[in-house]
Design a protein around this ligand. Sequence first.
Ligand code: GSH
Length: 200
Amino acid sequence: MKLYYAAASPYARKAHATAIETGMANKIEMEPTSPWTDPDGYRDINPVGKVPALVRDDGPPLYQSNVICEYLDAQGDTKVYPAVGPARWTALRQLAAADGILDASVHSRMESMFHEGEAISQKFLDRQELSVVAALDQLEGEADDLNGPVTIGQIAVACALGYRDFRFADANWRAGRPKLAAWYDVFAARPSIADTNPDA
Ligand SMILES: N[C@@H](CCC(=O)N[C@@H](CS)C(=O)NCC(=O)O)C(=O)O
């Protein structure tokens, strides 16, 4: 199998970290891809042109990080999606918060990448930041739920916090969120997170 990724993409990092945690990484060849250059043929793999995408042996390519994570979970020996029940909804709620942080953060970067000077909408940026802050606050309030066996929720939250460190260090998400910061310090040492760090 081939995982198309960009080292700086937090969505691709989520898929890669899930491959490591589920024991699937040794079955996957990593293919560095720069989605913004629209590489020849890449839209045959992912018509919407984003990373990550997974070319697999048993069917057509998969794209969208959560679809890839769920596929890897289904194939792997170690499960990161809990069975149906309260633990699953907790993990998926954490995943939703993490994806919300990523979507808002990436949208903010896109606004500055595609617009210049006065064309940059501060109103839009403020709205994205509001979402980031509220989702981080929710995670801080529910930080105790991040303990326990590794789940897709924890992996996604670690990738979201890592992305804030990588691209928005000045906004310092740790300020006023001591429980989340303490949890991340420990979780970020796992090979799935440490070995996929875009700063490394
Ligand atoms: N919801 C998608 C988001 C993926 C995404 O936005 N990837 C970015 C890199 S961080 C990308 O490839 N952007 C290229 C583009 O938007 O054309 C997922 O979870 O896979």
